[in-house]
Each structure stands twice: as structure tokens, then as C-alpha cells.
Design a protein around this ligand. Sequence first.
Ligand SMILES: Cc1cc2nc3c(=O)[nH]c(=O)nc-3n(C[C@H](O)[C@H](O)[C@H](O)COP(=O)(O)OP(=O)(O)OC[C@H]3O[C@@H](n4cnc5c(N)ncnc54)[C@H](O)[C@@H]3O)c2cc1C
Length: 504
Amino acid sequence: MEPDRPLVPSRRRFLSAALVGLSQKSGRAVTGSFVLESHEAGHRLRDRAFAAMPAREQRVPLVIVGGGIAGLCAAWRLRRRGFRDFVVLEMEDRAGGNARWGENEISQYPWAAHYVPVPGPGPSLARELFEELGLFEDGEPSERHLCFSPQERLFLQGRWQEGLEPAGTPKDIDQYKRFSDRMADFRANGAFRIPAGDSLRLGELDRLSMRDWLLREGFDSSYLQWYCDYSCRDDYGCSSADASAWAGIHYFAAREDHDPGPFTWPEGNGWLVKRLLERVGTHVRTGATVCQAAREKNRWRIVTKEIAYVSDAVIFAAPTFLAPFLIEDMPAPQAFEYSPWVTANLTLDRLPRERGVPLAWDNVIFNSPSLGYVVATHQSLASRIERSVWTYYWALADGEPAARRRDLLASGWNRWKEAILDDLTRAHPDIRECVSRIDILRLGHAMIRPSVGFLTSQARRKFTAYEADNFWFANSDLSGISIFEEAQYRGVTAADRALARISK
Ligand SMILES: Cc1cc2nc3c(=O)[nH]c(=O)nc-3n(C[C@H](O)[C@H](O)[C@H](O)COP(=O)(O)OP(=O)(O)OC[C@H]3O[C@@H](n4cnc5c(N)ncnc54)[C@H](O)[C@@H]3O)c2cc1C
């Protein structure tokens, strides 16, 4: 595997990469491994190779498949509405899906999802849940859970600068201003909402890429183009040339103009998973891989290794692409494409020396193929931090997702470790002297990709509107936009639909 190339390769960069190769000899030994690997189980599901002969049968009116945010929020909604006759089946040893977390002697840390913007003052599902979890005090977001300052910085031209927009020439600044005004107009228009819903206004923006929209509108500043590309890779795991303009604009226009947040925690959205589990954990069965869901007369038989659950209804909150492998005659979700990602948690025995503004929560390197890193100890109240854990993010955004998935699996831990350290060395020349451990998570189908045309496609509509046989899809991939609020919305909507049917 060759790690992704920088967006603008240059002779200087080539030289510095060669020097990086030399400098690694002076680094210390780094331990670590791949963690939470699930592709083998995934491939066995794909190949229908699970030999499940469950010894027991259990009758339960409603089964939720998948204990990520969507499945847990479906469970939260059912409990809130007084319904308790259900189980959540989760294949991993821990619930949470993309909001899982880990812990070492220094800190807790996220494995993927790490923040949620503060929901606006109007009624919303996220606001309802966050009020219940104590994230608001007297209507205001609780300081303890808001991201501390400094929030973001960018490594550009040999120094860290404040914020993520590259400080540019007057022409760049003029284009930032014009872009920001366009986003304000889109915001005022109200077409870009969270949750986004199923029938989009301004759907014509889904028919071209974000990159083509920028060019069409005369946004030719390379800094602005980089910033929009970074945003697409960050939220969607794909480049601005592949993301639909509707999704690219949604990133900027769907949120409140002045977010006082975001909300974040050392363990990222794992904090929300823990709070949800306090409420619905008694329903969750972990290590329960569903390998078959079969319709038998007017019931469902949901098969795991040990137990076959016989239910009246099913909420399918596992990724939608898995459904045809588990359910006979289920059509394949054709247009659903998923972005592969690598995330890593780096244990630092000391912090590297700095050039420019100090360490922030979110730290991004200009023109890097990665998305940079967030600092797990950032929310610590300790007056001095010497050791830390950094969570590093790399979306394999370029090229065909299937080919990138093959790259992802073909390269060993050592190769990925070197690629990560090389990338960080651009901004932190002494990083190899600071890091003692790197654990790496490979996510082949990490998140849905809002490719051009997907959000307005019939293929998506077919699965969001699916109602047959008391079976509802609920994963956030139905939204085409992989964020907490969409997962919650999909879970809650499926729970409401299921209750409407079951209680008849
Ligand atoms: C690297 C990365 C960073 C992210 N960062 C953020 C962020 O900062 N903020 C944010 O809001 N969102 C972020 N997201 C998006 C994140 O995907 C959503 O916020 C949300 O967590 C998705 O939840 P979900 O339940 O829809 O899907 P998933 O998290 O994918 O949950 C699906 C669950 O189904 C289980 N499952 C699968 N197959 C089976 C089976 N056969 N039987 C039983 N169980 C099964 C899985 O193990 C998993 O637990 C990020 C995503 C990634 C990949």
C-alpha cells in the first residue's frame, strides 16, 4: 500500500519525505497492534459462512439488530414511550459502533466519533436527549461538556496557526467572505436541516460535485478549495470531487451560525453511549452476531450463534449493505457506497515541541492526506499535561472505495504505523521520540458516502421508505450523512413506526 499522496505534490515535499525516512532511525521503539478487527466476521457474514445452530429459542416482540447510536436511540425511544419487550443484538463485545471508545493508563479516548455540535434552541431529538443527559443547565450548554479553548489549529508554512481556514492573500480572504455569505444565504433558506429528511429541497445540488459547484461559482482560491475538500473528507470520508454539492454545502449551512460548542469528552461520543446504556443497557446483548433473519409465517426468526429470537417486528440498525447477506430475497442497496477509514490512538510519553500557536483539541496539517488528530486529554482539568493520547484520523478518500478497502487490509500494522508517523513528522519533527504505542483500527465500511446523486436517488428512498413485513431500516447510512443526529433520527423514527404497527 502506498499512503495517499498529498493533494499538491511538490518537489519540496518529495525531499522532505525522503528526510523523514532517514529521521525515523533516531526514533524509539513503538509498540501496538491492529485492534477491534471485525472484517473477518464481516466476510463470514458476506459468505454466509456462520454455522449457527442455536440451541435455544426466545420469543420477544421486537428485535433491534445493531447496537450503535441508531440502535441505542431506537431503544431509548421505546423505553421513553413505555415499551420494554425488546432486545438489542450487537455483534461486538461492546455496544457503540462508530461511537466506541477505549482507555489506557493515561486517558479514555474515542475510536471514531468524538463530538456533537450543540443543538440549537428549537425543539429537536438531539436537544431532548441532551437535556435529559444534563448537557444543558437552565437552557444553556454546560461549560463542563463544551470543548475547551483552543479548539482548532492548522499547520501551514512551517507553523501552527489558529483556526482551520488557511490565512491567505487578500484574494483568498475575499473568497472566504463571499463563500461565507453564500452559506449564510443557504442557511437562511432553510433547505439544509439536521436531520436532513428524505425529500431534499434544492435537490439539483445533489447532481454535481462540491468541487464542480465551487468552480461554477467562481471559487478558485486554492486555500478555499482545500478547506472544502478537507470538510468533505472529514465528514464524509470522500473528496470534494466525489461528494455531492448538496452534502458539501450541508456541512456549512445546516448548523447554527455561532456554535458555542461542540460538546466533546475524552472518550468522544463514547460518553453518550455510556449514558444511553445506563438507560437501555438491560436490553442489550453483546457478542450476538445476527447471521440470518428469516420470515416464517407472520413472524421473524432472528438467528444468532446461541439463540434464535422469534419476533413480530425488526428494526435493522446495522449498516444497510449487510441486509441482503442476512435476509433472503432482500435486494442489494445498489447505490450505497461506504468510505474506508483508518483511525489510530497514539500514546505519547511526552508532548512534542511546538512551532506556532499551542496544542488545540483538533489539529490539522495542511495538504496532508490525513485529517490530523484530536487530543483525548484536552478536556482534562489538570493544570499540566505531560503524557497524552492522540486520536488520529485518515479517510481513504481517493479512488474507488473497494480498491482502497483492499489497500487497507493488504498493509500490515508496521506500514500503517510508519505512514502515520511520517505524516505527523511534517508538523512535529520530534514525534518519534514522544510516541510509545500506536493502536490502529481499520474500518472497511466506516461511513456512508454522499456521492453525487445518492441523496436524491430512488435507491436510497427504497430503503428509507421500506415498510414490508414489520421490518424497518434504521442505520444512519440511510441519511447519506453520517453524524450522531442522523443516527438518532433514524433510530427514533424506526422505533415510532414499529410501535405504531405493533400496538395496532
Ligand atoms: C472515523 C469516524 C469518525 C466519526 N466522527 C464523528 C463525530 O465526531 N461526530 C459524529 O456525530 N459522527 C461521527 N461519525 C459518524 C458516526 O458513524 C455516527 O455518528 C454514528 O455513530 C453512526 O451510528 P449508527 O448506529 O448509524 O451506525 P454504526 O455505528 O455503524 O452501528 C452499527 C452497529 O451494528 C453492529 N452490527 C453490524 N452487523 C451486525 C450483525 N450482523 N449483528 C449484530 N450487530 C451488528 C455493529 O457492530 C455496530 O455496533 C464518525 C464516523 C467515523 C467512521
